[in-house]
Design a protein around this ligand. Structure first.
Ligand SMILES: NC(=O)C1=CN([C@@H]2O[C@H](COP(=O)(O)OP(=O)(O)OC[C@H]3O[C@@H](n4cnc5c(N)ncnc54)[C@H](OP(=O)(O)O)[C@@H]3O)[C@@H](O)[C@H]2O)C=CC1
Ligand SMILES: CC(=O)N[C@@H](CCC(=O)OP(=O)(O)O)C(=O)O
Length: 316
């Protein structure tokens, strides 16, 4: 069996650890690392990257940019999980479900930007509807996104898991209030929207899992749409995907509740359509550390190596 050399920079962080977990048991992967004391030493990182087929960068934006300046010319493929390169035309965008050209770019380009967690949910719900012409590109979208606290990385995890915990951390907290959330540019770009959505991210007191909800008023579309057309469009768009699945719309779809942690610990994404023909909601449920980060990054690596995209992933 071919053995690929993979180097995870930031392997002790939240995203890096999950990638490490996904790869450490694989017989086709040999994991490379610097000595522990050199994990932030650019020269040591560059020396290991020279021997790697794939380098994952699981770092804050500034560190990703600094390391790319040092390793960008090497022959290794780089998958960056930060926000730094997601709208850069020289980078493939790591959401292969968007279409064959995205999948080909992931397979052939040297540098792949892994999507943001909230962005993955927004794009999964909005792009099929806009690309099919069902919803106009200037539609005034409003999006709510619930996320577990691991979405904020090690710092937020320790804030939520320290004892005693601040009183305010027991309740959901809305943020991104100034409408400048760092995921909005990639959403607007990948969905081809003329305006960014109003975006309401909410972090709550559970470890991981996301539910991103997009609302659509049928009357605001050029031709009024229905639940059935939205459901059909999404089913068609994702019919070949093993990772993104669309739940059927039936008599039970509007009863009960959707749980933001129901896909936690998986690398899959489940899309639900709810509401009625006047006011339609599309929900994407997944793990911020799965399809929202590490799972998506491993999916991209598999495609880049010419392997089945779900190799080593936890399908839910
Ligand atoms: N958590 C999530 O759900 C998601 C995160 N992301 C993105 O993934 C990236 C990583 O995030 P996350 O794992 O959550 O963050 P963490 O804070 O959990 O981990 C980041 C890791 O990077 C290390 N690091 C920082 N600077 C350097 C450097 N210069 N060289 C080498 N290592 C360095 C840190 O080391 P130290 O521990 O010493 O600080 C830390 O271990 C970020 O860009 C984030 O926005 C993307 C999607 C979802
Ligand atoms: C709870 C929380 O703070 N979540 C982070 C999302 C982390 C992430 O996915 O950011 P990137 O992928 O763009 O690096 C936030 O909303 O900024």
């Amino acid at each position: 069996m071919a053995s690929y050399k993979v180097f995870i920079v930031g392997h002790e962080g939240t995203t890096g650890l999950r990638i490490h977990e996904r790869l450490s048991d694989r017989k086709d992967i040999e994991l490379l690392a610097t000595a522990d004391e050199d994990r932030k030493n650019i020269e040591a990182i560059k020396a290991v990257a020279k021997n790697a087929d794939i380098v994952f960068l699981c770092l804050p934006d500034a560190a990703s940019k600094e390391i790319m300046a040092a390793i960008g010319d090497l022959s290794c493929k780089v998958i960056d999980t930060s926000t730094a390169f997601r709208t850069d035309a020289d980078w493939a965008y790591g959401f292969p479900e968007l279409g064959e050209s995205y999948k080909t770019a992931i397979a052939t380009e040297k540098h792949i930007a892994n999507p943001g967690c909230h962005a993955s949910g927004m794009i999964a719900c909005i792009a099929p509807l806009v690309k099919s012409g069902l919803v106009p590109t200037d539609y005034p979208f409003t999006v709510t996104s619930l996320t577990g606290y691991s979405g904020g990385g090690k710092k937020m995890i320790s804030q939520y898991e320290s004892e005693p915990k601040d009183y305010f951390l027991y309740a959901p907290r809305q943020y991104g209030l100034g409408q400048q959330h760092k995921h909005l540019p990639e959403v607007q770009h990948m969905c081809g929207l003329s305006e960014a959505p109003i975006f309401m991210p909410i972090v709550d007191d559970y470890y991981s899992g996301m539910e991103v909800t997009v609302g659509i008023h049928s009357r605001l579309c050029q031709n009024p749409i229905s639940i059935a057309t939205v459901q059909h469009t999404l089913e068609e768009f994702y019919k070949d995907s093993v990772i993104v699945n669309v739940a059927p719309f039936d008599e039970n779809s509007n009863s009960g509740m959707l749980n933001a942690n129901q896909m936690s610990n998986t690398d899959s994404m489940k899309i639900h359509v709810t509401g009625n023909d006047d006011r339609i909601m599309v929900h994407a449920i997944f793990d911020n550390l799965g399809k929202g980060a590490s799972g998506a990054a491993v999916q991209c690596m598999n495609i880049a190596l010419g392997l089945p995209e779900e190799t080593g992933l936890e399908l839910g």
